[in-house]
Design a protein around this ligand. Structure first.
Ligand SMILES: [Mn+2]
Length: 346
């Protein structure tokens, strides 16, 4: 049974408002990934066919390997510098937020977002969803916002607008948020949705190659360097982490998204259950965490690194220097979390 059937009341309100609205804006979280872009564009391509005015705002730049997605060229990408130019929210009578659990995740457009009197709605699959919209359909059983958007379209008047473009976008987010069905993918409903998507005749292998076999030579060499010289393994604690300096990023001509999956590299070592990456950015250290099993990196990051996300994948940040951030992480692993990690069975 579709997960969305538990949201009968919300679905009715959401669908009615959407039917009545004439100027719809879709927003996802800043630093968008395949799921944020895929769910926005999947919904966009469906709503576009109704004749309503619809647009997607990306609160920051998005990875190059998503540029080919149907509708990507129509997205309004907001940067720090263009913040004041954004008046597009002014005429909106409905704002749909996808793949985000808190208003601060809209990034630089938050002032406009807060000011807007448009009806606000949310489709999300993160834990700890803040109440910041008029209606919300949010459930962590979904692998991805894209799986949820599929069910949303399926259960509203939009269901007549499924086509190859719509499902190509949705399949993209499902692939990226599950690591090609490696994690977050144990719910049978996901495979029901994927089965439906396949019926539209998507170019499954081409999508995979465009997403995952599309790096620059510099990035592949960067990955090799990082694995060789920037990976710290703590076998006793089943933990490993990677750190990257600003100089490393310059040397390997880092482009947006290049370091995206580096946090998963140490996870391929037998026995490792907890990984982290710390990247020296302009004014802060960007952190990401991954785990296998029940070790909760969402609360780990929320407690120690000003972040959050999912049980097995989360982000965070630190305003210390890179070396003291790494030291803090090692101290947590060897201290507060030592017993849990040493005895962790997976
Ligand atoms: Mn997501």
């Amino acid at each position: 049974m579709p997960i969305i059937s538990a949201f009968e009341k919300e679905l009715a309100i959401f669908s009615d408002k959407l039917k009545m609205s004439e100027n719809i804006v879709i927003i996802h979280h800043y630093n968008p990934d395949g799921d944020a872009i895929g769910s926005s564009l999947g919904l966009y391509n469906a709503i576009k066919q109704t004749g309503k005015k619809v647009s997607v705002i990306s609160p920051s730049q998005f990875p190059d390997n998503l540029r080919w997605l149907p509708g990507a060229k129509d997205m309004k990408v907001v940067g720090k510098k263009t913040q004041s130019d954004i008046t597009i929210l002014d005429g909106a009578d409905m704002i749909i937020c996808v793949d985000m659990n808190a208003r601060k995740r809209v990034g630089v457009i938050q002032p406009q977002f807060d000011k807007s009197t448009a009806f606000k709605a949310l489709l999300d699959h993160h834990p700890f969803v803040e109440t910041f919209t008029n209606v919300a359909i949010a459930d962590t059983s979904y692998s991805s916002a894209c799986e949820l958007v599929y069910e949303f379209i399926e259960n509203t008047f939009l269901n007549q607008y499924f086509n190859t473009d719509v499902v190509t976008c949705l399949y993209t987010g499902i692939l990226t948020d599950t690591g090609s069905f490696e994690y977050n993918s144990s719910n049978p409903n996901l495979f029901r949705v994927v089965g439906k998507i396949m019926e539209y005749g998507i170019e499954k292998n081409k999508i995979y190659n465009r997403l995952f076999n599309a790096w620059s030579e510099d990035r592949i060499r960067f990955m090799g360097f990082v694995t060789c010289s920037r990976m710290v393994v703590m076998p006793e604690y089943k933990t490993a982490y990677i750190y990257i300096t600003a100089e490393d990023r310059r040397k390997y001509k880092e482009k947006f998204g290049d370091t995206e999956n580096f946090v998963n590299i140490p996870m391929q070592i037998k026995g490792i259950v907890f990984t982290a990456i710390f990247i020296e950015r302009d004014n802060f250290i960007k952190a990401s965490f991954r785990s296998k099993g029940t070790f909760d990196v969402n609360s780990f990051s929320a407690k120690h690194f000003n972040g959050g996300g999912h049980v097995n994948a989360s982000g965070g940040e630190s305003y210390d220097k890179l070396d003291s951030t790494c030291k803090k992480f090692e101290e947590l692993v060897c201290g507060e979390y030592a017993e849990e990690l040493k005895n962790y069975i997976y």
